[in-house]
Every structure is written in C-alpha cells, then in structure tokens.
Design a protein around this ligand. Structure first.
Ligand SMILES: Cc1ncc(COP(=O)(O)O)c(C=O)c1O
Length: 385
C-alpha cells in the first residue's frame, strides 16, 4: 500500500485535491466524465476502469479528495446516498453477530439497521453513546469477532457527544470493528481513522457537498479487506453515484472550510441566545459551556459544528415556530448554505425519546442578525400556540 502524504492542512487539501494533472493548457477542474463503459478486450483487470457500476473516472477526483481529508490510505468509495454507504457498512455485520448503535443516531440508520438485523439474523443493541461505561459494558457482552460498534458524534438530532477516542480504543482492544458516521463533524473537526476507527461513513448530501442540491454518500477505510468488501457491496447492489452529482459535490467541497467557519460562528451565537430565551425549555449545542458534551467536544474536536437543537414546551409550539419563520426554511436535512429548521418528531419513525417539542436547526451562512431576529420572532409568536 502506498502511504499518502497528509502534510497539507485540510483547508489546502479541500482546494487542491482531485485536480487534473498539470500541463500547459490543461483544465484546472476535472471534467464531467459521462461514459458508462470503458475500452478493453482481454481478461478483466479491475485496476482499470471496466464498467461504470464498478468504477469510473467520474468518481476518482472526489474519492481521492475524501481519502486525503479523512486520512484514509485507500481511495474513498462514493455511493448514491449516505444511506447506501451506511447499508454497505451494515452488510459487514455477520449472521449471529451484534451491532451496537447510538439510540439517538440518524433515524434512517436506526431504521435500516433494525430491518437488516431482522433479515440477516444479527442482534441489534442500542446504547446511550455519551455514557462511556454503558457502551464499554455492551462491548464486553458481545462476541468480539462478529460485533460492530457504530458511533455517531455529535448525534442526530440530540447533539450528544461520545468519548470517541475512548470508545474506538475500547473497541480496538477487544477486536471489535468500529464505524463512525462523521457527517455532522466533517473531517475538518475530527478524523476518526486517526483514532483507529475502521470505517468512516458520510452523508455527502450534507456539509461536504454543502448546497442541498445532491444526494450522495461515501465510505472510507485504510483496510484493504474492508475496502474490497465495501466496493463489492457497491458494485453488486448498484447503489452508485451519478457523474454530475459527484462533480457538484467536489465543487461544493472546495468551500467547506469557509462555509463551516461562518456556519459555526452563527450556530454559536444562536445557541447562546436560545439558551437564555424565556420561551425555550432546553438548548443543546456542544459549543455551549454548560452543555453536557462541551468538555468532550472541546477536547476531541476542532470546532462544535453548526447543528443546534432546542425544545419548546409542546409539539404544537414547535410546529408553529417552523411555520412562522421566513429567513429559515422549514425542511429536513442539514449542512447546506441555507438555514433549515425541523421538528424531528414530525417523522413517525424518530425515536420516542426525542422530545416532541425538539426543533433541529441546521445553521447556514446568512447574516446572524437576520437569522436570530427571524427565529426569535417565530418563537415569541408561537409561544401562545
Ligand atoms: C448523520 C446522518 N447520516 C446519514 C444520513 C443519510 O444520508 P442520505 O440522506 O445522504 O442518504 C443522514 C441524513 O440525514 C444523516 O443526518
């Protein structure tokens, strides 16, 4: 395996990775490659492009950029959606094995895992991922060779922060495979492979692409065997990405650091104001000094992200807030330049332990005053709802 050079700062990698080879008159950006098949007549050699479901030069620049950002020794694997990448990782849990997942992680991951567990015949255990002792106890209760620990931190939508270094290390010590969903943090804020995680998955749809105009996913690993298995899942199930979507994602990726910088600054300000708002019951944001995840996030992340959650007293009030905003857009998803707001329990499959009045904010890059004034007015107007 060739060792990658990770000497450049991520801000530089975002801009320089995946560019075409330089020569006089060459393009600065990769082209959109639109071939579904590739010339060849002899025995098939999978190190060459053969057919667009196996690999295509349309994916290569983005896959190389992701690998550099996540510090993966092998190229990233782009998928047709975040959930497709998650499904490929879930396929690694063998029949009779155990999957340990955060009780509040992305509801699509929970739903998918529950369904696959039943079909494939493995145990599916959920844990409070912020409770390190409880997770370690769960790790001790399983047969290590057939177990997978799934980490999402901060969690969606409760913003709980796992002790990621401690959990990965505990899983490694026991020979348990770890998968980290790094969608919320992005490789700018944490690089789980450096801590010993086996696989990182992403909903590229969110911060990496950053403009709410594509649905894409990715998986990264430095392990040759896992890479082969994930690649095979992608090729055989066919959950592949379109060339134009991948091109757009690479274009979006170029500005990740400046988008994140502004979005995080806005999120910090809004979380701080929400935390003293008379009509807000609770605010969760790891950047708030009083937040249960603050100390951990400060120690292990290089920023607090741009998702904030807060609770109104009732579901009706939360719905009224989402209906009253004008600068914010009431919509699901996160990580785009525009600010979104959603009452998560409007989705019937969201876990019941998520409060009915919880609103998840994906804070974008608009002016903070406009965001705050709009949200404050909506909260005040909804208070009597
Ligand atoms: C943390 C997280 N992981 C994975 C996904 C799934 O990604 P996609 O919608 O791209 O399939 C989401 C979607 O909201 C998410 O929030």
């Amino acid at each position: 395996m060739t060792s990658r050079d990770f000497s450049h700062a991520p801000e530089t990698v975002l801009v320089e990775a995946g560019r075409p080879h330089r020569s006089n008159g060459s393009s600065v950006n990769p082209p959109i490659e639109l071939s579904s098949t590739f010339v060849g007549s002899g025995e098939i050699d999978h190190s060459d492009h053969v057919y667009g479901r196996f690999s295509t030069p349309a994916w290569t620049p983005f896959e190389e950029a992701l690998a550099e950002l996540e510090h993966a020794e092998l190229p990233g694997l782009v998928f047709g959606s975040g959930l497709a990448a998650i499904a490929a990782a879930l396929s690694l849990v063998p029949r009779g094995g155990t999957l340990i997942m955060p009780q509040h992680c992305y509801q699509g991951s929970l739903e998918s895992a529950g369904e696959v567990a039943e079909r494939s015949g493995f145990d599916f255990v959920t844990v409070d991922i912020a409770d390190t002792a409880a997770v370690v106890t769960a790790l001790d209760d399983v047969a290590a060779a057939s177990a997978v620990l799934w980490i999402e931190s901060p969690t969606n939508p409760m913003l709980e922060v796992a002790d990621t270094p401690a959990l990965i290390s505990a899983a490694c010590d026991r020979g348990i495979l770890t998968v980290v969903d790094n969608t919320f943090a992005t490789p700018l804020l944490q690089t789980p492979l450096d801590l010993g995680a086996d696989i990182v998955v992403h909903s590229v749809t969110k911060y990496l692409a950053g403009h709410s105009d594509v649905v894409l996913g990715a998986a990264l690993t430095s392990n040759e065997d896992l890479h082969k298995r994930l690649h095979s899942e992608r090729s055989l199930r066919g959950a592949i990405a379109g060339p134009f979507e991948v091109w757009l994602a690479l274009r979006g990726l170029r500005t990740l650091s400046v988008r994140m910088e502004r979005a995080q600054a806005n999120a910090a300000l809004i979380a701080e104001r929400l935390s003293s708002h008379p009509n807000v019951v609770e605010t969760r944001y790891p950047g708030l000094p009083g937040d249960p995840g603050h100390e951990r996030a400060s120690a292990q992340m290089s920023g607090f992200g741009a998702v904030v959650a807060f609770c109104t007293e009732t579901a009706q009030q939360a719905t009224a807030v989402a209906e009253a905003v004008r600068v914010w857009t009431p919509a699901t998803s996160l990580g785009g330049v525009e600010s979104l707001i959603e009452r998560r329990r409007r989705n019937a499959s969201e876990p019941e332990s998520v409060p009915e009045g919880l609103l998840r904010l994906s804070v974008g890059i608009e002016h903070a005053d406009d965001l705050w004034n709009d949200l404050d007015a909506a909260i005040c107007a909804a208070h009597g709802a």
